[in-house]
Design a protein around this ligand. Structure first.
Ligand SMILES: Nc1ncnc2c1ncn2[C@@H]1O[C@H](COP(=O)(O)OP(=O)(O)OP(=O)(O)O)[C@@H](O)[C@H]1O
Ligand SMILES: [Mg+2]
Length: 328
């Protein structure tokens, strides 16, 4: 195998998928992810993100799927789904879909046992995986009695114990309290620094700059694919997909309206600190802000850019009579 082949972790080529009831979920989806890359997969509800994830390890593959998925240089063969967990581990959004044994140690041991790992090694893997997600000593806890955040970490441990090269997670930070969320982000950063290839589906835009080098926007098909900065700079595409940018970026746009000199908007608090430091150093120890004739209009513009509810409320006025409560 040549280096060029092994460097590609995931290659999706013109993937199309329609559910048996006729719902078109994926259309002409193509992208490549290199080994060691960390990619955020974003898109509105119903965009096909989870459907795409299920194709990566062959769970969802039928006569209705067209196109190809290659993992580590090999085309995913639905007949060999059992071989996939060694290469790619998938953490589903709902941890209850991953925890089904009475004790947590059995859930975390389940994968390696199925891969034929020696018994003593399984025990070590269980211990290591639980430790990595901050659940050291939880071996004999009852899986379904764990709290929501603990379950999420446990679900990740069931994948880590298989030691896959690629890890894909469906909304790992959803429903977590701030401390658990921060700890989870730390787990993901560690995996990234160890060279694992990560795909993270998330609606948590503020977490993306910390987690991902690259962002793919999916809306049935790939509508944007670039560095985190490139994608977050593409306002039109983000708005069309009902998405937004990190709060820090929005705040610095407001600061710009007050005359703050800033060519490159920071994406994270870390970026904001260095940006502010730089500006203060360039300004003899001060930051100069001011209000002029158009400041308020500019502030309003910056603030309303991602206020989707204005748009949504207007659409509702137009479309719905009294008493309709259609969910979408
Ligand atoms: N089993 C199914 N049968 C029929 N349609 C389905 C099925 N599962 C999902 N869909 C539909 O396929 C489309 C894509 O769904 P998917 O779950 O992949 O979206 P998603 O991007 O993960 O959304 P979310 O952000 O809400 O999790 C949606 O229109 C959804 O209603
Ligand atoms: Mg989903």
């Amino acid at each position: 195998m040549t280096a060029a082949v092994t460097a590609t972790a995931i290659r999706v080529s013109d993937l199309n998928y329609t559910y048996p009831d006729g719902t078109v979920a994926l259309e002409h989806v193509s992208f490549e992810i290199e080994k060691g890359e960390s990619v955020a997969l974003v898109g509105p509800n119903g965009a096909g993100k989870s459907t795409l994830l299920l194709h990566l390890n062959g769970i969802l593959h039928s006569k209705k799927s067209r196109g190809a998925v290659e993992i580590l240089g090999e085309t995913v063969d639905p007949k060999k789904v059992h071989e996939m967990p060694k290469k790619i581990g998938i953490v589903f959004q709902d941890p209850d879909d991953m925890l089904f044994m009475p004790l947590l140690c059995d859930d975390v041991a389940f994968g390696p046992i199925n891969l034929g790992v020696e018994k003593v090694d399984v025990k070590q893997r269980v211990k290591d995986s639980l430790e990595r997600v901050g659940l050291a000593g939880y071996e004999n806890r009852v899986s379904h009695h764990l709290s929501g955040g603990e379950k999420k970490r446990a679900a990740i441990a069931t994948v880590l114990s298989m030691e896959p090269e690629i890890i894909a997670m469906d909304e790992p930070t959803a429903n977590l309290d701030p401390k658990s969320r921060a700890e989870l982000i730390e787990i993901l950063r560690t995996l990234k620094s160890e060279g694992k290839t990560l795909i993270i589906i998330t609606h948590d835009v503020n977490a993306i700059p910390e987690l991902a080098d690259r962002v793919i926007v999916l809306h049935k098909t790939v509508v944007a694919d670039g560095t985190t900065r490139e994608v977050f700079s593409d306002t039109e595409t983000l708005l069309a997909a009902g998405l937004e940018v990190p709060t820090i970026m929005q705040f610095f746009e407001v600061l710009q309206a007050f005359g703050y000199p800033c060519n490159v908007l920071p994406l994270s608090i870390e970026g904001a600190v260095s940006n502010l430091t730089q500006t203060i150093e360039n300004g003899d120890g001060h930051i100069h802000l001011h209000i002029h004739e158009h400041t308020h209009i500019e502030v309003d513009l910056a603030r309303s850019k991602y206020q989707h509810h204005h748009h949504a409320a207007r659409m509702q006025d137009i479309h719905s009579g009294p008493g309709t409560g259609a969910a979408h």
